[in-house]
Ligand binder design. Structure first.
Ligand SMILES: [Zn+2]
Length: 847
């Protein structure tokens, strides 16, 4: 077992105080049908009504009591098969106890009448004093364990049931849910919508969204499509949703199983706390990712995450309809079977629509997110059942790393077998729940080979190979000598192994062109000889980027030069551009300039410019100043970013200012603001203050300008940053302020006071989330007491978990265990108080 909080070999542990092992609950019964009849009052932020659960008996004996998860409800009455029943309720678990004399039917129906003002699961949006133009909305987010805040249920993914949502909402508001709309009727100022989903599904996939939306209907492969969005996004709606029909068609083809549900709706809601959620047949999406006319071409979800786009988001949620909704993880420990597949299908969509280079670039961006978390946060196996909250698992291991493990598997077994296996897996397990072994068995069957070792190292062990590669040419025997070392640390308390994987070595020779040799690497150190017709001009290790790995491969200038100019793989040319940065010569700059100017994949061009920036000097500067005018936006962006390396150059400042105020791309503008901040030239404060007023989607340029101000590290910048923090300003502006503090690198007492208030009271999850990031980056011990309270009281488990991690970091483990156990005690006390109350009420009901 890991020592909580202690790092192993310099790495932090995923296991923090409060985490424990979780297994699927053993139950003698399951739910076959859920029928919700609720009145949703957005004004009062309450729900009230009943939930009927049709019970299926799994075991031979008829259970005498039924337990349901139910958080923070006022339970008024419980009936079993229409007869009043006794019950206990402790604020978290509802125990239904039919009278001993009463004989429930073979599949009894339990109906619970209740009301609630949900703290989670159901979210209400409405105009506020600080945000008068917010819309009136109510929407749900049940994954991972939010459904229990909305209705009593078995809140675990391992069983599937059909469902009905009969919701009454104020007239004028629409209501979207899962399946088909059965009826809609208005009376006395309220409208009742009745939706029914006939395909059995896990409880966390139920949903509703209430609000005023515009609607566009479409179809794809016979599936009705529906896009719902706020009126002000009318112009941009098809920029967001427009590829959906193509995606449905593409995924139908790849998987070989038709889209499985009655319809596919996507609704964009306000203040959503994720990018999207794959509710069954009815995805909920954030309304902050609509590209507009200016940003469509180089759209980025955030300027800090240039490689994440709305295309990834929309394709991810759609892929979940097969992976997650039709075939569903049995427990949260195996949730990669939902998320890893959906994430890999983002990349597959890129491959089908834009080509292999784009798949590789998409996967490279995913890998960098994973490496960052693995190095900076913790290392864990993909399949993991030891956590505090199920939400803890929704990290880059579950998404990005798991997607990569699928990509590697495709490489090992080959395209034909891999996609046949995916088809078999979906076909065999549709409407069912699965774990990792179910998928492995299918892949073993179709590939006719054991995959135990691969699955063990990929999903149950940790880390990735860190290769050190050396090459030499032995003229006497006409052979290339390659030595391979796996340099990752394996005995450091994690379960990182020496990996067993195939990999490609590619040689370009005069006589035979591109020669690919595959070896199977199994040892910590090994070497290979390849006889070739002549000394190769290019030598590449996994140039097609099939492996999730780190690699150090020192090559000569001439090998890199040839690779940059002539490798067939854009991924390999990009790598050459990156590696050439260590040769700081005029010749290298000329080569890189040539690569940047050539019409080729933008990743190669951008990398060449980044390397020119790293090399520095006056020649580099000339090239970059020229390249700020290049037509391709992403390439231009790289030039502008690279200029941030040139301090004290008047010409750079002028060029950046021009870009900042005139570029057609908001993301190039963001980059110009950041570079101006980094070089910190004379009137940067005035320039950035002006730039904050520039219009841009989601206030991105304002956000970047505030972050850039932080680089200046002076009093005026701090005041501007502070002034843009208050509740009432746009979310992304406030996030920009919090990023500005990271760049400032220190906090004055007044800042600490303001930040603590946000941590404990702010209603905006995105801002609280960024606040924790800021505290983590600055590492300020003055937040220890505040973090303890966040760990106890934040309404979002992700923030609670993060606060515990930060406490471990800041206090080196001391006292954190105490916080968590006292937190549990509080919950226990609350439960027993609640139970007393509930028991009193239920006695009254029954007499
Ligand atoms: Zn997902």
């Amino acid at each position: 077992m890991d020592n909580p909080g202690a790092s192993s070999g310099g790495r932090k542990s995923f296991h923090v105080p409060g985490s424990s092992k979780h297994y699927p609950p053993v139950m003698e019964y399951h739910t076959e049908h859920i029928k919700l009849q609720l009145k949703i009052d957005p004004e009062a932020q309450t729900i009230q009504g009943s939930c009927s659960l049709k019970i299926g008996i799994s075991g031979a004996t008829h259970p005498r009591v039924f337990h349901f998860d139910a958080s923070g409800m006022q339970v008024e009455k419980v009936e079993v098969d229409g007869k009043n029943s006794l019950f206990d309720y402790d604020g978290e678990v509802l125990t239904v106890k039919p009278d001993a004399a009463f004989q429930p039917s073979a599949s009894p129906e339990v109906t619970v009448w209740y009301s609630a003002k949900p703290k989670s699961g159901v979210f209400f949006v409405h105009p506020e004093k600080e945000y008068p133009s917010k819309p009136v909305q109510a929407w749900t987010q049940f994954e991972a364990e939010g459904a229990r805040h909305c209705f009593p249920c078995r809140d675990f993914p391992d069983y599937k049931s059909t469902s009905e949502m009969i919701l009454t909402v104020p007239d004028g508001l629409q209501m979207l849910s899962n399946g088909r709309l059965v009826s809609q009727e208005s009376r006395d100022g309220w409208t009742t919508y009745h939706w029914r989903e006939n395909v059995p599904h896990s409880v966390y996939l139920n949903s509703f969204a209430v609000g005023k939306f515009l609607e566009i209907s479409d179809t794809a492969e016979g599936v009705p499509l529906q896009y719902l969005f706020p009126a002000e996004k009318k112009e941009d709606a098809m920029r967001y949703f427009g590829l959906t029909p193509d995606m449905v068609k593409t995924f139908d083809e790849i998987i070989g199983v038709k889209y499985p549900f009655e319809k596919y709706s996507q609704v964009a809601v306000h203040d959503f706390i994720y990018g999207g959620m794959e509710n069954i047949g009815a995805t909920t999406l954030t309304d902050t990712r609509f590209p507009d006319a200016r940003s469509e071409e180089d759209y980025a979800a955030r300027y800090t995450r240039p490689d994440r786009t709305h295309i990834e988001l929309v394709s991810h949620e759609l892929a979940h309809m097969w992976f997650g909704d039709l075939v569903t993880t049995r427990d949260w420990a195996n949730a990669w079977l939902n998320e890893g597949f959906a994430t890999y299908f983002e990349a597959l969509y890129h491959e089908r629509r834009f080509g292999m280079d784009d798949l590789r670039e998409d996967l490279r961006a995913k890998a960098s997110g994973y490496f960052e978390e693995d190095e900076g946060r913790y290392r864990r196996p993909i399949v993991e059942n030891d956590y505090i909250y199920a939400d803890d698992l929704f990290d880059t291991f579950l998404y990005e790393k798991a997607a990569w493990m699928l990509h590697q598997l495709r490489y090992i077994v080959g395209d034909e077998v891999f996609f046949r296996g995916v088809n078999q897996y979906v076909t065999r397990f549709r409407y069912k729940n699965v774990d990792t072994h179910d998928f492995m068995r299918v892949m073993e069957e179709v590939s006719d080979r054991s995959l135990q070792e691969y699955f063990t190292q990929s999903f149950y062990q940790t880390g990735h190979p860190e290769f050190e590669v050396e090459y030499s040419w032995e003229e006497g025997i006409h052979a290339a000598h390659i030595s391979l070392k796996q340099a990752q640390s394996t005995g450091d308390g994690t379960t990182t192994p020496v990996f067993s994987l195939p990999c490609d070595l590619v040689f370009y020779t005069a006589g035979r062109g591109r020669v690919k040799k595959r070896v199977w690497v199994t040892k910590a150190e090994e070497s290979h000889h390849f006889e070739l017709d002549s000394e190769p001009t290019i030598v590449e290790f996994d140039p097609e980027e099939w492996l999730l790995k780190k690699v150090r491969f020192k090559k000569s200038h001439s090998l890199l030069k040839n690779q940059l100019a002539s490798s067939e793989d854009a991924s390999s040319r990009r790598r050459a551009a990156e590696d050439l940065a260590s040769f700081k010569t005029a010749e290298t700059i000329a080569l890189l300039k040539q690569a940047a100017s050539k019409e080729q994949h933008w990743t190669v061009r951008s990398e060449a410019l980044r390397s020119i920036g790293k090399i520095g000097g006056s020649e580099a500067l000339e090239v970059l100043l020229e390249m700020v005018n290049v037509r391709h936006r992403r390439v231009r962006r790289a030039a502008v970013a690279a200029l941030g390396e040139f301090k004290g150059e008047e010409r750079v400042q002028q060029a950046l200012k021009k870009v900042l105020f005139n570029d057609e791309s908001p993301y190039v503008q963001c980059e110009a603001a950041l570079s101006l901040g980094k070089i910190g030239a004379g009137d940067a404060i005035q320039t950035l203050t002006q730039a904050m007023k520039l219009p841009s989607p989601e206030h991105e340029v304002t956000e970047a300008s505030l972050e850039a101000l932080g680089y200046l590290r002076n009093k005026d910048a701090r005041e501007l940053i502070r002034a843009n923090l208050p509740y009432g300003l746009p979310t992304r502006v406030r996030v920009g302020s919090l990023k500005g503090y990271i760049r400032l690198g220190s906090l004055e007492d007044e800042d600490v006071r303001l930040l603590k208030e946000i941590a404990l009271k702010d209603k905006d999850f995105v801002v609280r989330d960024q606040l924790l990031e800021t505290v983590a980056e600055i590492g300020d011990k003055r937040f220890i007491e505040t973090l303890k309270r966040v760990a106890e009281q934040d309404t979002d488990n992700r923030n609670r978990r993060r606060a515990v991690e930060l406490l471990v970091d800041l206090s080196h483990g001391a006292d954190v265990g105490g916080t968590v156990s006292s937190l549990r005690q509080d919950v226990e006390n609350l439960r027993s108080q609640n139970q007393e109350l509930v028991e009193r009420v239920s006695r009254m009901e029954l007499t």
